[in-house]
Ligand binder design. Structure first.
Ligand code: NAD
Ligand code: UDP
Length: 309
């Protein structure tokens, strides 16, 4: 297949590019580098089946030649971006998704939207199945991301129903691995960066909030399986192993031998208290389940950050 990945120079987009190229596909990565970097795809520069286009997907997208699939990953995704570039987030989720869908329609290509567990907001149902409609504050600082992704899901389903576009929606839960930016702001690079600098880890709030961390190769496997499936309704992909952020911080300090401990910092507004995917649909429809244990995934990620500091 000839596959376009928007956000292809990002953390997940670069791993997805690697995987699709390894599977024998041609890949075009399209990115405006607002949070991504060509460092993530530099190793692909000499590959004849890989092409990079510098472009903002909120502007009309022109791609010459046929396309079999459009995988729409473009969007800043770190909570620090929610206050840094909120309007760009709203635009990429709305205008950017509209353009990416228009491209898929024009090329008669499959379309996959990278959605998020954030559509569930601060969930009142636990773990979260796809049937849950969520609990989102539309006017909060996180709302720019949550509502942009909720709009993106809505317009994806509308293009499917009205124009017959062959769409998929993956709801990604916290994913980590090499090629995250050290200054990304999300908890995994923050904690590992602090630990390697022998600083105390900044736990926000009381650290009792929970998350469930999925290694990037597991996520990419789920994404590819969903793309190749015939499923149009959303599918959660994430690792159901849930832990408190406090215990996650202790794990990072233990794995890195950091003696500096933990300090507490204020909790950002609307920070979800709990998050764990119900992956029954992914298991049933895609025969998918995560395979990489947290300790193994973190060892890879710590080694990557160590090599960069
Ligand atoms: P990332 O910031 O590394 O990658 C996003 C990429 O999109 C970047 O390369 C960025 O430059 C690009 N981009 C943003 N706006 C753009 C625009 N207007 N035009 C072109 N390119 C643009 O983040 P990531 O973690 O790789 O996330 C990829 C996707 O997965 C995002 O859509 C994100 O919302 C979703 N997601 C990620 C996670 C996670 O835990 N990593 C969880 C849920 C959802
Ligand atoms: N967090 C933290 N310290 C940090 C960064 C994040 O305690 O230095 C917390 C954050 O408040 C949230 C969790 O870790 O409860 C996961 O945060 P992240 O930014 O990775 O993404 P989120 O899951 O909130 O979208």
């Amino acid at each position: 297949m000839r596959i376009l990945i928007t956000g292809g120079a990002g953390f997940i987009g670069s791993h997805l590019s690697d995987r699709l190229l390894a599977d024998g596909h041609d890949v075009i990565a399209l990115d405006n580098l607002i949070t991504g970097s060509t460092d993530s795809i530099a190793h692909l520069a000499g590959n004849r089946r890989f092409k990079f286009i510098f472009h903002d997907v909120t502007d009309y997208i022109y791609v010459p030649g046929p396309l079999d699939a459009v995988m729409h990953l473009a969007s800043p995704a770190s909570p620090i971006d929610f206050t840094r570039v909120p309007i760009q987030i709203l635009k990429v989720g709305s205008l950017g998704t509209h353009n990416a869908l228009g491209l898929a329609k024009a090329k008669a290509a499959r379309f996959l939207l990278a959605s998020t567990s954030e559509v569930y907001g601060d969930p009142l149902i636990h773990p979260q199945p796809e049937s849950y409609w969520g609990n989102v504050n539309p006017i909060g600082t996180r709302g720019v991301y949550d509502e942009a992704k909720r709009f993106a899901e809505a317009i994806t389903m509308a293009y499917h129903r009205v124009h017959g576009v062959d769409t998929r929606i993956i709801r990604i839960f916290n994913t980590y691995g090499p090629r995250m930016r050290l200054d990304d702001g999300r908890v995994v690079p923050n904690f590992i960066g602090q630990a390697l600098r022998r600083q105390p880890l900044t736990v926000y709030g009381d650290g009792k909030q929970t998350r469930s961390f999925c290694y990037v190769s597991d996520l990419v496997e789920g994404m590819v399986r969903l793309l190749l499936s015939a499923e149009h309704d959303p599918v959660n992909v994430g690792n159901p192993e849930e832990m408190t952020i406090h215990s996650f911080a202790e794990t990072i300090n233990r794995l890195t031998g950091n003696p500096a401990g933990i300090i507490f910092r204020p909790l950002p507004p609307d920070d979800p208290r709990i998050r764990q995917p119900d992956i029954t649909r992914a298991r049933t429809l895609l025969s998918w389940a995560p395979t990489v244990a947290l300790a193994d995934g973190l060892a890879q990620t710590i080694a990557y950050f160590r090599s960069r500091t």
